[in-house]
Design a protein around this ligand. Structure first.
Ligand code: FES
Length: 176
C-alpha cells in the first residue's frame, strides 16, 4: 500500500520481505529540506494572514526601535496578565520625546504594538503621549483580533508607566 503524505513523502509498508520502505518523493514532491521548510513557512504565513493584517505582520517581523537607550529619561517594564513582558525607554529633550526603544519577550502582536507605539511617541510632548490609547495602535495596525487587543493595552500601560517615571525623575531633580 502506498500513501502520500502532505509533505511529499512516499511511504510503503509491508513490501519485500516484511521490510519497511520509506522513500523521498522526487518529481512533483520536495527534493530537499529547504523546499520543505519554505513550504512550511509559507503555510504558517498563510494562516497568519487569515488572523492578522499585513501591517501587523510587517511590524511583527520587521519591528522598528527594538532595544534599549543608555540613560533613558523615562523607563518602564510591565508584565501583563498573559505573562509577557514589555519594556519601553524614552529620551526627552526640550519637553518632547526624541527617541524611544522597546523590548518584548512576548507574542508577535506585542512586538508589532511596541514598534508602532515607539514610532507614535516621537516628537510628542509628555501630555500628548499620555493621550495615546490602545485603539490608536489598533487603528494603525488596521485591526487586531479580539484575543490580541490586550497586547496593545500592555503597550499603552508600559508607555504611561515610562512617562510617569520621567515625571517622577524630573520632580526628584526639582525641574517640575
Ligand atoms: Fe501577551 Fe500578546 S499575548 S502581550
Amino acid at each position: 500500500m502506498s500513501e502520500k503524505s502532505g509533505v511529499g513523502i512516499n511511504r510503503e509498508e509491508g513490501t519485500g520481505q516484511g521490510r519497511k520502505v520509506v522513500e523521498t518523493e522526487t518529481g512533483s514532491g520536495f527534493t530537499n529540506l529547504d523546499d520543505f521548510l519554505a513550504e512550511v513557512e509559507e503555510a504558517i504565513r498563510r494562516e497568519e494572514r487569515e488572523i492578522y493584517t499585513e501591517k501587523t505582520l510587517e511590524e511583527a517581523y520587521n519591528p522598528k526601535n527594538v532595544g534599549k537607550l543608555s540613560n533613558p529619561d523615562g523607563a518602564a517594564r510591565i508584565t501583563g496578565p498573559c505573562g509577557d513582558t514589555l519594556q519601553i525607554h524614552l529620551k526627552v529633550e526640550g519637553g518632547r520625546i526624541t527617541d524611544s526603544k522597546f523590548i518584548s519577550d512576548g507574542c508577535g502582536p506585542s512586538v508589532a504594538c511596541g514598534s508602532v507605539i515607539t514610532e507614535m511617541v516621537r516628537g510628542k510632548t509628555i501630555e500628548e503621549a499620555f493621550k495615546i490609547e490602545s485603539g490608536d495602535i489598533i487603528a494603525i495596525l488596521g485591526g487586531l483580533p479580539e484575543e490580541s487587543v490586550h497586547c496593545s493595552v500592555l503597550a499603552v500601560d508600559t508607555l504611561r508607566a515610562a512617562l510617569e517615571d520621567y515625571r517622577s525623575k524630573k520632580k526628584e531633580n526639582g525641574r517640575i
